[in-house]
Design a protein around this ligand. Structure first.
Ligand code: ATP
Length: 259
């Protein structure tokens, strides 16, 4: 089956706020799909529905054909999820936390130890292995969450703003891991507002704006849609989300107050 993830017509309101207004897209084997959108566009809400944390008001999600609400254990086993706001068991050391994750996932210590050690070394936090999580920096906590999400060799990685707290070296390592993951038959969904990241590593991008996917395609296809063949993703994005006129207006006002 080529469709790892199918998202159909998701709608979700928080009280009067319509967060999602019919979000649909698919992520296939071998793809890195970037959900790109401004603040409040609906990225985190979409990801929380895919991982089964939130229930949609309408619409469906299928992860390898299974619904996260009807088959939550299956879905949690095939997804590696890194949330935007990482919450870990702060009183455990890094090592104890990984042992805990391995035990709840039913993983054999000998099967995962090499994988964990290589990942920890690559993300540069071997020295913190016996340190309680509460004394780690925010970026190191993020790295712990990434390693925990990769431990069970998930086929589909779902990452909400994964690069946000990472230093340059770790961001590079993560990008390489994502490439290796898709070369080995996996797929990735991640959300970001970092244009450069989306442009560099995504095989396809879905632009989400006000709870809707307003454009989707490869970088070249998006440029064509925005009728901006030579443009970078930032210009394409601002054109498609109709923010380009606002920018011009804001810049005029800013120049006035800074002159
Ligand atoms: P960001 O890039 O800023 O993280 P996002 O694209 O991930 O944004 P969401 O967090 O999905 O956007 O939010 C979509 C909309 O839903 C926003 O208007 C937000 O204010 C609203 N929203 C999200 N969570 C809640 C909540 N728990 N209660 C009320 N409104 C919420």
């Amino acid at each position: 089956m080529d469709d790892f993830l199918v998202v159909e017509g998701l709608q979700k309101a928080y009280g009067k706020i319509k967060a999602l207004d019919g979000v649909s897209f698919r992520v296939k084997r071998g793809e890195i799909y970037g959900l790109l959108g401004p603040n409040g566009a609906g990225k985190t809400t979409t990801i929380k529905i895919i991982t089964g944390i939130l229930k949609p008001d309408n619409g469906n999600v299928f992860v390898f054909g299974k619904s996260p609400l009807e088959d939550p254990i299956y879905v949690k086993n095939v997804i590696g999820y890194v949330p935007e706001e990482v919450i870990l068991y702060e009183s455990l050391t890094v090592k104890e936390f990984f042992e805990f994750i391995a035990s709840i996932r039913g993983l054999n210590r000998d099967d995962v130890i090499e994988r964990v050690l290589v990942l920890v070394k690559s993300f540069g936090f071997s020295e913190y292995f016996d340190t309680p999580i509460l004394s780690l920096s925010q970026g190191t906590k993020q790295k712990v969450a990434i390693v925990a999400a990769l431990m069970h060799k998930p086929k589909l990685l779902v990452l909400d703003e994964p690069i946000k707290g990472l230093d340059a070296m770790s961001a590079r390592v993560l990008k390489e891991i994502l490439q290796m993951h898709i070369q080995n038959g996996g797929a990735v969904l991640f959300s970001t507002h970092i244009m450069e990241l989306a442009e560099n590593i995504c095989t396809r991008i879905g632009i989400i704006h006000r709870g809707k996917i307003i454009a989707e395609g490869t970088m070249d296809e998006l440029k064509e849609m925005a009728r901006e063949p030579g443009a970078d993703l930032e210009e394409v994005f601002l054109t498609l989300t109709e923010q380009i006129e606002s920018i011009d207006e804001y810049l005029r006002d800013l120049r006035r107050i800074f002159s």
